[in-house]
Design a protein around this ligand. Structure first.
Ligand SMILES: [Zn+2]
Ligand SMILES: [Zn+2]
Length: 432
C-alpha cells in the first residue's frame, strides 16, 4: 500500500464515535490520519468506496483455530486468513487445543504462529482449569501476566460451582473475564440436538434448553457473589436470555455473545440429518431464535461471535451421532448478520457493527480494535459491499468446509480488510 491511502466516499459506520455518514478515511503509517467528508486526500492513492460501508475491523470473541493439535482441520495461519477474508482484524482463539492452552507456553506458541502469519491479530484464550479437566485451576495468574484477558474451558462447562466461584474470584485480581460454555453435562450427555418435537420425530437424543439455563442461572449467581466478570458464550435459549436480562438489570458484571447460526437456523433445519447443522449448543426453536434476536437488538446480548469450529471432512461426514458438533463461521458471519438481521430491519447497521466489532473489542480488551476511527488510532478497518449477493460454497479460505450456510445465498461481501494500515484483503481476495 502506498504511504498514504485514502478510502473515499464510503458510508463510515463507527459506533465508538457515533459517526454514520459518507466520508473519506485517510490512512498513513499504519494509523488513521484523517476522517470526515472533507478529509484532505493530497498525495494519497485513492480507493473508491462509493456504495460501500467502511467500519472498524470485526472482532471475534470465539474461534477454534485448532493449532496446536488438529492442523488437518485448521491452522493459526489458515484461520487468520479466513478471518481476514471475513473482515475480522482480531480473533480470540479458544484454549481447547492439544495441548490445551493452560500455560503461558502454549499461549506464546499460538501468538508467535499468528504474528508470523500477520493476517489478523490473534488473542489466545487461556483455559480456566488444567487440561480442561474442571478440577485444578490453570495458570491463570501467569497467563494474565502476559496479557491474556479471557479465560474459558470452552467445549466443556466448568462442572462445579466451587471451581467456577474460585476462578471468578481469582480472575478479579487481574480484571480478567471468565467465559463459560453453559451446559450441564449430566443433562446434555449423549444429546445430538435440541430436545423437542423434532428430536422425537427424528429419533435423536435431545439436549433440553434447561441444560443451558441451569448453568446460566448458577453462573450469574456466582458472578453476583464474587463480583467477578462473567461472559456467557454462544447463548441458544430464550430462558437464558431472560435470566441474563434480569442479572444485568441487577448490576451483575456479565456480558454475552450469540452466534450467527443460532440467529439464523432452528432445530427443524436438522430434518435432513445434515451434520453441518449439528452444533453445540444445538439449534433451538423459532421462539428461542426470536428471543436471541431481540436480545441482540436491545443490547442484552453484547456481541455476535462465530464459534468457528472447523472439522476435517472425514470427521464431519460420519454418521450423525458420530459427527463432531460445529460449523465454520469466520467467512460468513458478517453476511449472515446483514442478510438475516439488518436487511429485514430487525437491527440497524450501526448496532450490527457494534455487536461484531466495538463490543467484542471492549470485552476482549483489544484496545487497537473496534474503533473509534479517529486520527492517531491504528488503521484496523473493513470495507464491505452490503448489497453484493453470493452463494456460500467451497473453496473456503478456511482449511475446512463444514459450514451450516453451505449452499445458502447471502448478501454482503468483504472488499477490503486493513490490519494496521496493511491491506490483508484487497478487492475481495486475501493478499497472501
Ligand atoms: Zn462452546
Ligand atoms: Zn466453541
Amino acid at each position: 500500500m502506498a504511504e498514504r491511502t485514502a478510502f473515499i466516499g464510503a458510508r463510515v459506520v463507527d459506533p465508538a464515535s457515533g459517526r454514520d455518514e459518507v466520508a473519506n478515511v485517510l490512512v498513513e503509517g499504519g494509523a488513521v490520519a484523517a476522517v470526515g467528508p472533507d478529509a484532505s486526500l493530497r498525495g494519497a492513492s485513492l480507493v473508491d468506496c462509493h456504495g460501500l460501508v467502511l467500519a472498524p475491523g470485526l472482532v471475534d470473541l470465539h474461534a477454534h483455530l485448532r493449532e496446536p493439535g488438529r492442523e488437518d482441520a485448521e491452522t493459526v495461519e489458515t484461520a487468520s486468513r479466513a478471518a481476514a477474508a471475513g473482515g475480522f482484524t482480531a480473533v480470540a482463539a479458544m484454549a481447547n487445543t492439544d495441548p490445551v492452552a493452560d500455560t503461558p507456553a502454549v499461549v506464546e506458541e499460538v501468538r508467535s504462529l499468528a504474528s508470523r502469519a500477520a493476517l489478523c491479530d490473534v488473542f489466545p484464550v487461556g483455559a480456566i482449569t488444567k487440561g480442561l479437566a474442571g478440577e485444578e485451576m490453570a495458570a491463570i495468574g501467569e497467563m494474565a501476566a502476559i496479557g491474556v484477558r479471557l479465560f474459558s474451558d470452552d467445549g466443556r462447562c466448568v462442572p462445579t460451582a466451587r471451581v467456577l466461584r474460585n476462578a471468578l474470584q481469582y480472575a478479579k485480581a487481574f480484571d480478567a473475564v471468565i467465559a463459560e460454555h453453559c451446559e450441564d453435562p449430566s443433562l446434555a450427555e449423549g444429546g445430538q440436538m435440541h430436545e423437542g418435537i423434532h428430536s422425537y420425530t427424528l429419533g435423536l437424543t435431545g439436549k433440553p434448553a434447561e441444560s443451558e439455563e441451569i448453568v446460566v442461572f448458577r453462573d450469574l449467581a456466582l458472578a453476583r457473589l464474587t463480583g467477578g466478570r462473567l461472559h456467557l458464550q454462544h447463548l441458544s435459549a430464550g430462558g437464558s436470555v431472560e435470566l441474563l436480562r434480569r442479572a444485568r438489570a441487577a448490576g451483575v458484571r456479565v456480558t454475552a455473545e450469540v452466534t450467527p447460526h443460532h440467529l439464523v437456523f432452528v432445530d427443524e433445519d436438522l430434518v435432513t440429518y445434515d451434520t453441518n447443522f449439528k452444533v453445540n449448543p444445538p439449534l433451538r426453536t423459532p421462539e428461542d431464535r426470536e428471543a436471541l434476536r431481540a436480545a441482540l437488538a436491545d443490547g442484552t446480548i453484547d456481541a455476535v461471535a462465530t464459534d468457528h469450529a472447523p472439522h476435517a471432512v472425514e470427521d464431519k461426514e460420519a454418521e450423525f451421532d458420530q459427527a463432531p458438533p460445529g460449523t465454520i463461521g469466520l467467512e460468513t458471519a458478517l453476511a449472515a448478520v446483514l442478510t438475516h438481521l439488518v436487511e429485514p430491519g430487525l437491527i440497524p447497521l450501526p448496532r450490527a457493527i457494534e455487536a461484531l466489532s466495538t463490543a467484542p473489542a471492549r470485552i476482549l480488551g483489544a484496545s487497537g480494535h473496534g474503533g473509534p476511527i479517529e486520527p492517531g488510532r491504528p488503521a484496523n478497518l473493513v470495507v464491505f459491499d452490503p448489497r453484493a449477493e453470493w452463494v456460500v460454497e467451497p473453496p473456503f479460505v478456511s482449511r475446512s468446509r463444514n459450514s451450516a450456510f453451505l449452499g445458502k445465498s447471502l448478501r454482503g461481501k468483504v472488499i477490503h480488510t486493513v490490519l494496521r494500515g496493511e491491506p490483508v484483503v484487497g478487492d475481495g481476495k486475501p493478499r497472501r
